[in-house]
Design a protein around this ligand. Structure first.
Ligand code: G3P
Length: 225
């Protein structure tokens, strides 16, 4: 399963990248606005900087909702860097645009997926990724993981090449469950990725090992020499 980070914050992208496990980055208009990125030039420069930091898939979302402008916007985004994946909302005009991008060699991530039917349409149009929003489904009183499982089964049965990108991740358990259920990718805030590291027994065990290591003749200073 690939790991993407869901942020436009450069420090957090760098921190996840330094871990050595980062495969890509997803952004959305809310995340870009949070970083104070305004205007076409600044937006494009920010995507370029992210592409230079991470050699992987970088999702850049269109800000328009009709076919012609989505296509024009997507073409410009795709021209920023070969790793850009154009993120398109799950709407009728978006599905048309995804098909156009597919036919013209531009990869897409269909966002705001909340049902299996939406995922099927995006896959039929040739989206490289579908992004079901796990956390927001949980918030609505359903279970986002049931949707991941359902889409994974359908894509397997139908042989769709589209990758399932579990988005709106809110906890380390979301990441673990997505892996279990066959998501190809998760996109997560840094906090949930780092939370995967943590277990109290690891901390207790390490403290004991370090304490006992003092009883050994080889100490850190010797190792450094
Ligand atoms: O980038 C799309 C998705 O991951 C947003 O997550 O936490 O705003 O529901 P969230």
């Amino acid at each position: 399963m690939k790991f993407f980070i869901d942020t436009a914050n450069l420090a957090q992208i760098k921190e996840a990248h330094d871990l050595g496990i980062l495969d890509g980055v997803t952004t959305n208009p809310s995340l870009m606005a949070k970083e104070g990125i305004r205007g076409e030039e600044a937006i494009n420069q920010h995507y370029k900087t992210i592409c230079e930091l991470v050699d992987g898939d970088i999702s850049a979302e269109v800000l328009t909702t009709d076919f012609n402008t989505i296509v024009e916007e997507g073409k410009k985004l795709a021209a920023i860097h070969p790793n850009i994946v154009v993120k398109v909302p799950m709407i009728k005009e978006g599905v048309r645009a995804i098909k156009w991008f597919t036919d013209n060699g531009i990869r897409t991530n269909c966002t705001l997926i909340f049902s299996a039917g939406q995922a099927i349409l995006a896959a039929k149009a040739g989206a490289a990724f579908v992004s079901p929003f796990i956390g927001r489904i949980d918030d609505s009183g359903w279970d986002g993981m049931i949707l991941i499982e359902q889409i994974a089964n359908i894509f397997e049965v139908q042989g769709y090449k589209t990758e399932i990108l579990a988005a709106s991740i809110r906890s380390p358990n979301h990441i673990i469950r997505a892996a279990e259920l066959g998501a190809h990718v998760i996109t997560s805030p840094l906090e949930s990725i780092l939370a995967l590291l943590k277990h109290p027994l690891t901390d207790i065990g390490l403290a004991k090992f370090l304490e006992d290591s003092k009883k050994m003749s080889l100490v850190v200073e010797d190792i450094k020499q």
